[in-house]
Write a protein that binds this ligand. Structure first.
Ligand SMILES: NC(=O)c1ccc[n+]([C@@H]2O[C@H](COP(=O)([O-])OP(=O)(O)OC[C@H]3O[C@@H](n4cnc5c(N)ncnc54)[C@H](OP(=O)(O)O)[C@@H]3O)[C@@H](O)[C@H]2O)c1
Length: 252
């Protein structure tokens, strides 16, 4: 896969899967814009380790709708075009229905949907406007295995990712005639901070047993699937959801 000279914007790229994706695109010759919310130190470290030239940070909290327009405009003012958007930023919040109060419950739903769904819808809107003008582009959204198998401790997370899958498939149909191809990667547990924060040691042990690989995904394995969907030749895979879960949850 070759991305020489392509301008790529990755949300949530300070660490984890976003960082691995930024590295993978940079290794293949892309110019990478790295969005993140607030962790400037981590984002600067990530920027410093990218090979090649022309990479830049675009800090913005994308849960606020106006920031999505701003980050795409800032990206365009630097690079001129946006060829590939990777909507990776996401949050997961514990809010178990049998133990939280109503305020905690509603806050978790609102915060989760603002980042995991509405931000992706808004980023996709602004990206699509410029991609349609320039004759095409790629949007790759990072979903989760949790969209399919139920998330009893984080129901908003599972629901937001299921909605993200449905939205991505709607956009894949609508945007193909404009030369814009939309794909989804749905990882299982992946060795990142999100996974580390979410799991107790016993849960971790149990989760490792779910996969015949007896391990979690590495962020670069998820990045590999993201790059495939963004690559030349993957156009007809638009609308696809690629599982990267070590055969831990197989959909029919
Ligand atoms: N790790 C897993 O096991 C796993 C499994 C399935 C799916 N996923 C999905 O993969 C994606 C990445 O997960 P990860 O594990 O790499 O996460 P992570 O290590 O927690 O990193 C999250 C990234 O998203 C950014 N972010 C969070 N909220 C944001 C907002 N409102 N605006 C802009 N940036 C925001 C963070 O920025 P700051 O650094 O500034 O906070 C950070 O760069 C998520 O969509 C997640 O749901 C992860």
């Amino acid at each position: 896969m070759d991305f020489t000279g392509k301008n790529v914007l990755i949300t949530g790229a300070s660490r984890g899967i976003g960082k691995a994706t930024a590295l993978a695109f940079a290794e293949k010759g892309a110019h990478v814009g790295l969005n993140f919310r607030s962790n400037t130190l981590e984002a600067e470290r990530t920027l410093a380790c990218l090979p090649g030239e022309g990479h830049q940070l675009f800090p913005k909290d994308l849960s606020k709708a106006d920031n999505c327009k701003a980050v795409v405009n800032e990206f365009l003012s630097v690079y001129g075009t946006l060829e590939i958007l990777v909507n990776n930023a996401g949050i997961s919040i514990f809010h178990e229905i049998d133990s939280v109060d109503f305020e905690t419950w509603t806050q978790a739903w609102e915060a989760t949907f603002q980042t995991n769904l509405f931000a992706v819808a808004n980023m996709s809107f602004w990206a699509a406007q410029t991609m349609m003008q320039k004759g095409g582009g790629r949007i790759v959204n990072v979903s989760s295995r949790g969209a399919f198998r139920g998330e009893p401790t984080k129901p908003a997370y599972g629901a937001s990712k299921a909605a993200l899958n449905a939205m991505s498939q709607s956009l894949a149909k609508k945007l193909a005639p404009h030369g814009i191809y939309v794909g989804v990667v749905a990882p299982g547990f992946t060795e990142t901070e999100m996974a580390a924060k979410t799991l107790t040691p016993i849960e971790r042990e149990n989760l490792l047993r779910e996969s015949p690989f007896q391990r979690m995904a590495q962020p670069k394995e998820v990045a590999h699937a993201i790059l495939f969907l963004a690559s030349d030749g993957a156009e007809y895979s638009s609308g696809t959801i690629i599982d990267v879960n070590g055969a831990s949850y197989l959909r029919s």
